[in-house]
Design a protein around this ligand. Structure first.
Ligand code: NIG
Ligand code: FE
Length: 388
């Protein structure tokens, strides 16, 4: 069996620490990879022998990023909408419909090329686990196509037929929900693991969202929810009530939302790229964490509200503008993302976990926030394979 030893790691973040150090930081460490798994972690001085040795030369290693929220399967882009927004226009959910038109017009091959290109772009930036949502098809065949093509590149596929009411159902939102919870769900459920809904003014009401999520749950999908992105609403509490793995955005949380989150097992996934690209206020992650809320970080890569695919960028913003420490932000982007996907095999570097690792061109993880915009990802292993 071929074993690879990464040795002389200046700072190894395992996320497998004690209660005093939940980040599990080890200095002058080594990691042994066997096949697709971590076989051993410990001090370089105690490292076992291996067929291949990679000398980290004092650099830092962290778990691969777990990006638990993306919309990377779509046609076209919305650079003009972004430009107009930077000139003063505000973001509204309706922009989704222009991407729906471009996505419906794209061929399978165009969508495949696009989504594979996005996955490669993310891998190159250290993201080794990616959740992908449908939601730019919004008719039965188009949504089925999106979940099917997404399933070619990830096991974390989310059916988001309830992204927005498509133009042809304008004024008939409840009829569209009938379609989503009926024929569309039948076509998409075989390719998906998760059911999601955009519970927001301009998208779906809390009653409609409940119908969508309950129908998905009845088909064996697990719930996750977009809520409180554009204003306060009842989506966060609906997500908690239905036992969602994660509720995402939370730009406009109320005090009862925060209390309910802190008392629940639902992760709050914050998406700093959205506030950045839509000029909205950043949520106070410091206060949320101090209140006992479990916070994950994700990119929400999509052509409208956040067209970054960079977890290091999101980490830098979360530290600079949301009050997270670098260690908390990296935990949220790795182990936190894994919790948001109910995964225990990724986001942590310990024996038996997947060998998904990132070698940074930096001595410590702090540099990810300290050197924003600098490409610090030197090498990435996914399932034990060095992919760059
Ligand atoms: O997560 N909130 C809804 N969906 C996306 C935005 C999609 C778009 O604008 O195209 C989001 O921000
Ligand atoms: Fe989203």
């Amino acid at each position: 069996m071929t074993a690879t030893l990464i040795t002389n790691i200046g700072e190894l973040t395992t996320n497998a620490g004690s209660s005093e150090d939940r980040f599990g930081t080890m200095i002058d460490a080594a990691v042994l990879i066997e096949r697709d798994r971590i076989a051993w972690t410990g001090a370089t001085a105690d490292a076992p022998d291996a067929d291949e040795i990679v000398d980290a030369a004092g650099r830092a290693v962290i778990p691969g990023f777990v990006d638990s929220h993306s919309h990377i399967i779509f046609g076209g882009d919305r650079a003009a909408e972004f430009e107009a927004r930077m000139a003063g226009q505000s973001y509204a959910a309706g922009g989704i419909r222009s991407t729906v038109a471009a996505t419906r017009a794209a061929t399978d091959e165009e969508l495949r090329t696009r989504v594979r290109g996005m996955v490669d772009e993310m891998l190159a930036q250290g993201t080794t686990t990616i959740e992908i949502k449908s939601g730019y098809g919004l008719d039965v065949a188009a949504e089925e196509r999106l979940v099917r093509l997404a399933a070619e590149v990830t096991s974390e596929v989310t059916f988001l037929g309830a992204h927005v009411v498509p133009a042809e159902y304008a004024g008939r939102a409840d009829e569209y929900v009938d379609l989503v919870t009926g024929e569309m769900l039948d076509a998409c459920a075989p390719h998906a693991k998760w059911i999601d809904v955009f519970c927001e003014t301009g998208a779906f009401t809390v009653e409609q969202s409940r119908r969508v999520l309950e129908a998905g749950i009845a088909r064996g999908l697990m719930p996750r929810v977009h809520a409180s992105q554009l204003g306060p609403g009842e989506g966060v509490r609906l997500a908690i009530e239905l036992g969602a793995a994660s509720v995402d955005h939370g730009t406009y949380l109320t005090a009862p939302d925060m209390e309910a989150l802190a008392a629940s097992s639902t992760v709050l996934t914050l998406l700093p790229g959205v506030e950045f690209s839509t000029r909205q206020p950043y949520p106070d992650a410091r206060h949320l964490i101090d209140s006992g809320v479990t916070v994950a970080l994700a990119c929400d890569t999509n052509p409208g509200s956040s067209f970054t695919s960079s977890m290091p960028f999101c980490i830098a913003v979360a530290v600079r503008d949301m009050g997270m420490t670098p260690a908390e932000a990296i935990w949220a982007a790795t182990a936190g993302g894994a919790r948001a996907l109910r995964r225990d095999d990724v986001g942590v570097l310990a024996p038996g976990k997947r060998a998904d690792l990132v070698l940074l061109d930096a001595p410590t993880r702090v540099h990810l926030a300290y050197r924003p915009g600098v490409p610090l990802v030197r090498q990435v292993w996914k399932d034990g394979v060095a992919i760059r």
